[in-house]
Design a protein around this ligand. Structure first.
Ligand code: PA5
Length: 423
């Protein structure tokens, strides 16, 4: 379970004064009558998910692991960020003895696409193309290139090395997969892209990367219980949601999501999509930004400490590192670092976090929300998903907005299609 500390958040209102509003909104979420109620399938997914499909995911992942050097995950936005966030957080950036996961379909950058295609050339390749609509241009472009590559490389065998995760019945990808005989997995109708990491969208790439997906689902299922009580004293996800609303009332329009683990950078990218797409609408919302400390203390840290007071920080701390090491001793100590010899590097990381909190909160006057997760395990990732899902649903509904649509992302597409000459 994640824990929440609001003692450094400089809240000018009592969180508990929102209890009645939270109760009402929680009721609408629970009985699926809230705004966007068609997309609340994530609430009961831990009980509802298809166990047979889950078994098929494990079998497919085993095949990929046994025969492949590389799995290309081809998707964008909600069809990409969750899997990458999970894989990098749980396995670390340079995992040993795992098949390599490469990402495509998330950009129009010709240089990137060309380099990836060159990189996978001599390797044993599997492809997981992920798209609910099947028409997302970045993904469709990359998949066309990948499909031709796979057919040239493997001939008829190509279709057994391509796996499609898409809508159960509709869309061009579904039709193509059926025609070509690709194995398919389903993106449920009632779970939107940014909540879909808990479905085959996230779970198949995770399983292929050697992650314990049973533990991931258990963490998510436990989170369903742990963050379900509307009582603000008992629900840290809802307390966090209310604290964000209070801070926005105090004039803070930017939330800087901070972590101290390099392998959590993609968690921040996933969180930014979840929060930005859910809340940034109707002229409302808090702009989600992120920083990876202590790295970014040497860049953004200046602004946080001394710049315009537009932001508050939400720190996602981790109790147990994946691996700890100790500072080495040096006989000559010419760099003067021996005062740390024999000490834990993770302990130093935690001291950096403590010193930063004091600097930003006390000297800089920045409100700080502290969230702590026990470790970077599959279980804790699953649990964290439910924490942030519940928090963003509550906080957005408190604004009176629909947390589950994203009408704003269509505008650029219309312009782009016109410029590209799409009929
Ligand atoms: O949250 C969302 O809905 C989006 O980020 C989509 O996931 C993203 O645009 C990809 O869409 P699709 O899965 O249809 O290719």
């Amino acid at each position: 379970m994640l824990t929440l500390d609001l003692n450094h958040a400089k809240l000018k209102e009592d969180v508990k004064s929102y209890q009645e509003e939270v109760n009402k909104i929680d009721e609408t979420l629970r009985n699926h009558t809230c705004k966007g109620n068609d997309f609340t399938g994530w609430l009961t997914w831990a009980q509802d998910y298809d166990r047979n499909e889950f078994t098929r995911i494990k079998e497919c992942a085993k095949r990929i692991q046994e025969n492949g050097d590389v799995l290309v995950v081809c998707g964008i936005g909600g069809s990409y960020l969750g899997a990458r966030a999970a894989i990098e957080m749980i396995n670390g950036i340079y995992p040993e003895n795992q098949i390599e996961i490469v990402y495509l379909g998330n950009t129009f950058s010709s240089s990137y696409i060309a380099q990836v295609m060159k990189y996978i050339e001599g390797k044993s390749v599997y492809v997981n193309v992920i798209s609910k609509s099947g028409t997302t241009t970045e993904t469709a472009l990359a998949f066309r290139i990948l499909k031709q590559f796979m057919e040239d490389k493997y001939g008829e065998e190509a279709s057994s090395r391509i796996i499609a995760t898409t809508d159960k019945a509709r869309g061009t990808l579904k039709a193509l997969a059926e025609e070509q005989g690709y194995e398919t997995f389903v993106i449920p109708d009632d779970i939107g892209g940014r909540f879909s990491v808990i479905t085959p969208v996230g779970v198949l790439p995770m399983a292929a990367a050697g992650i314990d997906i049973d533990a991931f689902m258990k963490g998510y299922a436990d989170g369903s219980g742990e963050y379900s009580d509307p009582d603000l004293d008992k629900n840290p996800a809802y307390r966090y949601a209310v604290a964000r609303r209070i801070l926005q009332n105090q004039g803070y329009d930017v939330e800087l999501f901070v972590n101290y683990e390099t392998q959590m950078q993609m968690v921040a990218e996933w969180w930014k999509q979840l929060f930005g797409e859910s809340e940034g609408k109707d002229g409302l919302g808090i702009l989600p930004d992120s920083a990876n400390f202590s790295t970014d203390l040497h860049s953004l840290g200046q602004f946080v400490q001394d710049g315009k007071k537009v932001l508050f920080e939400t720190n996602l701390y981790v109790d147990q590192p994946m691996i700890d090491i100790t500072f080495p001793n040096d006989k000559e100590d010419k760099d003067g670092m021996n005062y740390l010899a024999g000490k834990s590097v993770d302990w130093a990381n935690k001291m950096a976090a403590k010193g930063t909190l004091m600097a930003h909160e006390e000297t800089g006057g920045i409100p700080n929300i502290l969230i702590t997760m026990p470790s970077m395990s599959a279980y804790d990732f699953g649990n964290m998903c439910m924490f942030f899902f519940k928090a963003i649903a509550m906080t957005t509904l408190m604004n009176g907005s629909n947390p589950f649509n994203q009408p704003g992302v269509e505008v650029y597409k219309k312009n782009m299609f016109k410029l590209l000459g799409k009929e």
